[in-house]
Design a protein around this ligand. Structure first.
Ligand code: BMA
Length: 309
């Protein structure tokens, strides 16, 4: 019997959820979908908070061990109040993803406005001031993640244009992070599988000796609504539009009450991961759009999952 029968490859932290409404020092509705970085030994997690008004914004959580969090007293990024950004963010800002490039932290996030979802780019150097840079996609695109280094001389990102209703992962390139093109399809939903309905990039790609490891989310539509799960795919180092391998079973499925029950039940949705020096990966994920959790696995196990049949 294979060792993991009946269990998920990612191991849930016993203290999950690590962040809930009760940890937020101001009145709000929920906290979920956080993106982590490790800076001078401290974990910083930019989290999505949904206010009681119904739209989302970001707050910063800090941790010494990656599990016990403290949230700053005030939100750090609110939907823009001034043009040209206001119109694109009037319904909120969602699902941030942080990538460190040359000493600067870039945040791709979903701007939600009257014309739909767009991918927006902001940056910070100190997590005190944040600078909006540009809207970097048209409407109908989200789940943007930046690669942490240039590929063949260009910045690269994965994203999820909705196309003709099918949500697939694409790649685009840019000389300056603002102007994007050379767009190509990377991978799409798989009929009959747990990721048959829709997929999207989740964590910023992680460079391994086998290529770019992308932790993504996959959705299966059921008669009771969607189920969101976490999976992994390996992309070629020099041409990440080329898929080298993709997990068959997901790495994590909603099973615990805190993943099953919430504002949107049956959701595990990662926005980032930390690879520790000992090879353990901490995957940070939103559970049921209501809390933030963490689950871990050795990076080698995640890599192997991309190539197992
Ligand atoms: C996706 C995004 C996520 C959310 C998920 C489940 O489309 O909007 O922010 O966690 O749906 O509701």
């Amino acid at each position: 019997m294979p060792e993991n029968t009946g269990r998920d490859l990612l191991h849930r932290y016993e203290g999950n959820p690590i962040l809930t409404l009760n940890d937020i020092p101001y009145r709000c509705n929920t906290v979920f979908n956080g993106t982590p970085v490790k800076l001078n030994g401290e974990y910083l997690i930019l989290v999505r908070v949904e206010g009681q008004q119904g739209y989302s914004f970001f707050s910063l959580a800090r941790s010494r061990d990656g599990f016990h969090m403290e949230v700053d007293p005030e939100p750090c990024v609110l939907p823009a109040q001034v043009e040209p950004w206001r119109v694109w963010e009037e319904h909120g800002i969602e699902d941030p993803r942080l990538t460190l490039i040359d000493g600067k932290f870039y945040i791709l996030y979903t701007a939600v406005g009257r014309y739909g979802h767009r991918i927006a780019l902001a940056s910070t150097e100190d997590f005190r001031t944040y600078r909006r840079i540009a809207m970097i996609s048209g409407p109908g695109n989200k789940d943007g993640v930046l690669f942490p280094q240039k590929i063949n001389g260009l910045y690269a990102r994965l994203d999820r244009p909705i196309g003709n209703g099918v949500g697939s992962v694409w790649i685009s390139y840019s000389p300056d992070l603002v102007n994007w093109g050379k767009s190509e399809f990377v991978f799409g939903p798989r009929a009959r599988y747990w990721d048959s309905h829709r997929i999207g990039a989740s964590a910023p790609p992680i460079l391994t000796k086998f290529g770019w490891l992308e932790i993504y989310h996959g959705v299966k539509m059921t008669s009771a609504g969607p189920i969101y799960r976490i999976g992994a795919v390996m992309l070629d180092k020099d041409n990440p539009a080329r898929v080298l391998g993709r997990c068959l079973p997901p790495l994590l499925s909603p099973r615990e009450d805190y993943e099953r029950i919430g504002d949107i039940g049956n959701v595990v949705f990662a926005c980032g991961a930390i690879v520790e020096d000992d090879g353990q990966v901490k995957v940070y994920y939103g559970a049921a759009d209501t809390s933030i959790c963490v689950a871990t696995a050795p990076i080698d196990d995640i890599i192997v999952s991309c190539f197992s049949s």
